[in-house]
Design a protein around this ligand. Structure first.
Ligand code: NAD
Length: 261
């Protein structure tokens, strides 16, 4: 229970990796703010389940992170209801797969806003409170695509490389303030985000579903296994511990060996 009395805001945590990270932090006693879209009853059930895990508070904020004003309002609510944000996990993200010539400009704008700019806004709003408390943890779910590229994912690769750069720059700025800033870079994790890109990848490359899974998604992952949500979440939880106080500015791969090649 090393996080008792601390509050974690995990963006994009109504499903997938974000929900897994929220659970892993709740187990250690953190109050949790989850965020994202989805079915209201399902979200309420997850919120209640988090309160059972942490024995404390869990709140849901429906902020659309593509809108800076909504992020500001979310932080104002976090301050009023939870006493601020001690652990910020910038996890929300989306994907779009298309050749560059056909890449819709509005999809580029959406991916940059959600996968990169929302992290900038959340960090700039979180740092003043963390400086006051002389403690903070900022974690981003980046991606193997923050280190290497794949074709047809220009916006995603650009945003994730940007997120890794943002992590390094801010880590240096707050290094002497008790705040660490890191990103976790998973390979392919079996979540709705991966499931949803299979049809577009089938179309873009002219492949079957099985070919996309085995020859595209797992082709570059030497373990030939999808990473699990729990494996990513366990690393996020470790980064909140005192033992991780000197891990900062790092880009930590959980990718089955993908980026070692
Ligand atoms: P997911 O689709 O399961 O979850 C995405 C979350 O973001 C959901 O909670 C969704 O409601 C939320 N969201 C979407 N648009 C939003 C908006 N405008 N405002 C607020 N919330 C919004 O996806 P996931 O696979 O769990 O991905 C989470 C993160 O992990 C993303 O940043 C993704 O790029 C990254 N990632 C995923 C994989 C993978 O293989 N699944 C690999 C590497 C990195």
């Amino acid at each position: 229970m090393h996080l008792k009395g601390k509050t974690a805001l995990v963006t994009g945590s109504t499903s997938g990796i974000g929900l897994g990270i929220a659970k892993a932090l709740a187990v250690h006693g953190a109050n949790i703010i989850i965020n994202g879209f989805g079915d209201a009853d399902a979200i309420e059930a997850e919120r209640k389940a988090l309160e059972e895990l942490n024995g404390g508070k869990a709140a849901y904020d429906s902020a659309d992170l593509t809108k800076p004003a909504a992020i500001e309002a979310m932080f104002a609510r976090a301050e009023a209801d939870m006493g601020g944000v001690d652990i910020l996990v910038n996890n929300a993200g989306t994907q779009f797969v298309s050749p560059i010539e056909d890449f819709p400009a509005e999809k580029w704008d959406l991916i940059l806003a959600l996968n990169l700019s929302s992290a900038f806004h959340a960090i700039r709003l979180a740092v003043p409170g963390m400086r006051k408390k002389k403690w903070g943890r900022i974690i981003a779910t980046a991606s193997a695509h923050s280190l290497v590229a794949s074709p047809f994912k220009s916006a995603y690769v650009a945003a994730k490389h940007g997120l890794a750069g943002l992590t390094k720059a801010v880590a240096l700025e707050v290094a002497d303030a008790g705040i660490t800033v890191n990103c976790i870079s998973p390979g392919y994790v079996w979540t709705p985000l991966v499931e949803n890109q299979i049809p577009d990848t089938m179309k873009a490359r002219g492949l079957t579903r099985e070919q996309v899974i085995n020859d595209v998604l797992l082709a570059g992952q030497p373990t030939k296994q999808f990473v699990t949500v729990e494996q990513v979440a366990a690393l996020a939880a470790f980064l909140t511990r005192d033992e991780a106080a000197n891990i900062t500015g790092a880009n930590l791969s959980v990718d089955g060996g993908w980026t070692a090649a």
